[in-house]
Design a binder for this molecule. Structure first.
Ligand code: GLC
Length: 749
């Protein structure tokens, strides 16, 4: 946990879970069972209340006082949703992850928490902590990449930031929900060790380090049982990991009225599918399955104490985060909390998330000062629709970025599709940021151009004419994906950039040798043209400050320090993919769809880079790859294993030997002393980010805790330390063994 987090935590005097549970028992002592069930299922989405789900206020009689103020839940990972631009929107989490900066994520979480708080939202439905298992996965932009350790560490910082403001964060979607195709009717099949070491791991950290108050179950099934009624919720989250909060369903993920849902750990059903008229019973277009909980108790299908436990978990979580005493009782939707400070933090996060993949001949940064001393014009070509504002942007200044794949996308993309979208108050697009940077430079001449034909392809001929005499050409390309909005369009069909961007790059490379390609996409794209350009920047989906962030990097106002949170390869190099299946609706069996897809996690522990390592696949770019304008030298590795504390101390030095101040990320990989050869040869178990001035050296120390030194033992069903042998310790700047230039063995006997 970052030092800032620890300092801030001290200032917050949240009560203990024990105390919260006591208070909730007292609070609920004068609730009838029926009233307690009202806490457990919501009323339908009411956009007028500008939140995505809610529990209505509860009164015991029509003229009685309100005895419970209700609960509001709202998306999402880029800030409060449905706010008509009156809130901060943020870079997507694939970008936040690329910063590898825990402190920064904690800071972003605090502002997000503050915005949700002032909007009267009790539960912020973020972070999404599923993993980038398949590169075309629709929601990979919404999560933190392929690595369970990185995801858990970064998401925990966001959770703590949000919760430090008295808002409950909700880690989602439990579990094995790594593709969008048939998310309501697919069965994920995976073994226990893979489940625990890879896919549960982010939830482990969300609970143990983030102290997360809410977890959302996913739509899909795992090993044959749909998650809304799967015993993994109770046995793993509550019993094994000691999760104190409450589990909420994904929206409409409670497919049947099976008592297994509550008996196996689900506490709240959203959105509830009814429009409840309080005290007159449940009247609605489709009574929630849970409006009949009382008679399930009468038929002894659910024990009353089980319902009590659900209600107590919900109320104790509100007590835990201070919401029972002083939470805003009314929505404050009309207030806009965007300030100069939040915009600066937004820009800092976006800029730190930009990854410089390639920079041959040190073509970047473009040095405006030097250009100003020249006695000739310096012409910059700017091509690609992704550099410009799009018609799909909203009107009246509030940009409602509600794009769906397949409709004409004709401008800069800064978020993906689905529930994580927010209505953006503004978006700075690249061309505007570039104009702002260069407007005072008399030697700079800009040649911007982009136009789509009726098929949505870039106008290559005119592009070539525009830039044929340019000194340098910036080509912006894009791709997008998102949540399955019922059209199964969400997972990408392929990894090609859109609008025929590949051809644009190929053709321009025939007339210019000085090309910089900027990619705005949810994750990997095909880079078949990679050797024909001098520089490549991965901009991800960087939110409203995206254009400024990209321009800061290109013109050297920021030294790039983003690193890839995924290995970047060709689609066929990855261990798994989304099957192309016909879009058809399956038969319903008491509300549940028959499985239409079986997603077999046959790669086991070998997700992402671990698979590439095992198969000796050479990617375009390794996990953790990211260039800087300066150079760093690592040295003096020392490792001490503390047997009593069960911790591994990894010490090393870093020196900035280049010509720019800058940030460097150090990754710590461990090779485990296990006889079992079917284990990744090295796994990420530590990282940190350091700022170093030119010539500055730093003594660094990264502590690997017991859990991260452990492996999951299927016999004992516990995480345990290896009995004896040597850990192999690797330290460096990416997963490429050539970058892990500090190596040492540490004996733990
Ligand atoms: C969606 C998403 C989930 C979101 C919820 C409410 O289907 O899967 O992430 O929080 O519904 O919008």
């Amino acid at each position: 946990m970052s030092e800032d987090t620890k300092k801030e935590e001290k200032k917050i005097n949240f009560i203990s879970w024990e105390e919260a549970k006591q208070k909730s028992k007292v609070f609920l002592s004068n609730f009838t069972l029926k009233e307690k069930t009202y806490l457990m299922y919501g009323t339908s989405i009411k956009p007028s209340n500008r939140c995505v789900g809610q529990i209505d206020p509860i009164k015991s009689g029509f003229f009685s006082p309100v005895k419970f103020q209700g609960i509001k839940l709202d998306d999402g990972p880029t800030g409060p949703r449905f706010q008509k631009g009156l809130t901060n929107s943020w870079p997507t989490c694939i970008n936040l992850s690329s910063t590898f900066n825990r402190n920064l994520i904690f800071e972003v979480g605090k502002v997000q928490g503050s915005d949700f708080y002032h909007k009267g939202v009790n539960v912020a439905l973020t972070p999404c902590i599923n993993l980038l298992r398949v590169p075309v996965g629709g929601r990979i932009f919404e999560a933190w990449g392929e690595n369970p350790f990185l995801t858990g560490e970064m998401a925990s910082e966001l959770i703590r930031g949000i919760q430090s403001k008295g808002v409950i964060a909700c880690a989602k979607h439990f579990i094995a929900n790594e593709q969008e195709k048939y998310r309501n009717s697919s069965n994920s099949v995976l073994d226990e060790r893979t489940l625990m070491e890879i896919y549960v791991e982010p939830f482990y950290k969300a609970i143990k380090k983030g102290d997360v108050g809410c977890i959302m179950c996913s739509y899909n099934a795992v090993n044959g049982v749909y998650m809304y009624r799967n015993k993994l919720m109770k046995e793993v989250l509550k019993d094994k990991l000691g999760f104190n909060g409450f589990i909420v369903s994904d929206w409409w993920a409670v497919y049947s009225d099976s008592p297994d849902s509550i008996n196996n750990g689900l506490d709240m059903n959203m959105p509830g599918n009814i429009s409840k008229i309080p005290y007159l019973g449940d009247i609605g277009f489709k009574p929630s399955y849970w409006s009949t909980l009382q008679d399930k108790v009468d038929k002894n299908l659910i024990k009353e104490e089980k319902l009590n436990e659900c209600a107590e978990r919900i109320i104790s979580t509100l007590y835990k985060f201070g919401q029972m005493e002083n939470f805003p009782k009314t929505e404050n939707f009309e207030v806009n909390y965007i300030t100069e400070e939040t915009k600066q933090l937004n820009r800092k996060a976006a800029t730190e998330s930009i990854v410089l993949l390639k920079n041959d001949d040190i073509i970047l940064p473009i040095n405006l000062k030097k250009i100003e001393t020249m006695n000739k014009k310096y012409k910059i070509g700017i091509l690609g629709i992704d550099a410009f504002k799009g018609d799909f942007y909203g009107q009246e200044g509030n940009i409602i970025l509600t794009v769906l794949r397949g409709i004409k996308l004709d401008g800069h993309i800064v978020n993906g599709i689905g529930s994580s979208q927010t209505d953006m108050n503004y978006v700075v697009v690249p061309i505007d940021a570039i104009k702002t940077k260069t407007e005072k430079c008399k030697n700079i001449e800009l040649a911007p151009y982009a136009k789509l034909d009726k098929e949505g392809n870039e106008d290559i001929e005119n592009s070539k004419n525009i830039v044929k005499d340019c000194d340098i050409v910036l080509i912006f390309v894009q791709s997008i994906s998102g949540e399955d909005m019922g059209k199964n369009l969400a997972d990408r069909k392929d990894l090609d950039v859109m609008h025929n961007g590949n051809k644009l790059i190929e053709e321009i490379s025939e007339i210019s040798k000085n090309i910089i390609v900027i990619i705005n996409s949810p994750g990997p794209v095909n880079l078949e043209w990679k050797d024909k350009v001098k520089s490549i920047i991965f901009g991800g989906l960087a939110g409203p400050e995206s254009g400024n962030a990209i321009a800061d990097i290109i013109f050297g106002d920021a030294n790039p320090s983003g690193h890839l949170p995924f290995v970047w390869g060709k689609r066929e190099q990855y261990p798994a993919d989304v099957k192309e299946l016909p879009n058809e609706f399956g038969m319903l069996k008491d509300g549940e769809q028959e499985f239409k897809d079986e997603v077999k996690y046959e790669e086991g522990l070998f997700i992402g880079q671990y698979w590439f390592d095992k198969k000796n696949e050479i990617p375009y770019y390794y996990f953790g790859h990211g260039l800087s304008y300066t150079k760093f030298e690592f040295g003096n590795l020392e490792c001490n294993f503390d047997k009593k504390e069960k911790k591994l101390e990894v010490k090393f030095t870093i020196k900035n030997i280049g010509e720019y101040d800058g940030c460097v990320v150090a990754l710590v990989y461990l090779g485990f002393p296990l006889k079992d050869e079917n284990y990744p040869e090295r796994m990420l178990k530590g990282f940190d980010k350091y700022f170093l001035k030119i010539n500055e050296s730093k003594e660094c120390c990264i502590i690997i805790e017991e859990h991260d030194l452990s492996y999951y033992d299927v016999q004992s069903k516990e995480f345990i330390l290896p009995k004896s042998g040597n850990y192999k310790v690797f330290v460096g700047q990416s997963a490429n063994i050539n970058d892990l230039n500090l190596q040492k063995e540490v004996n733990i006997d």
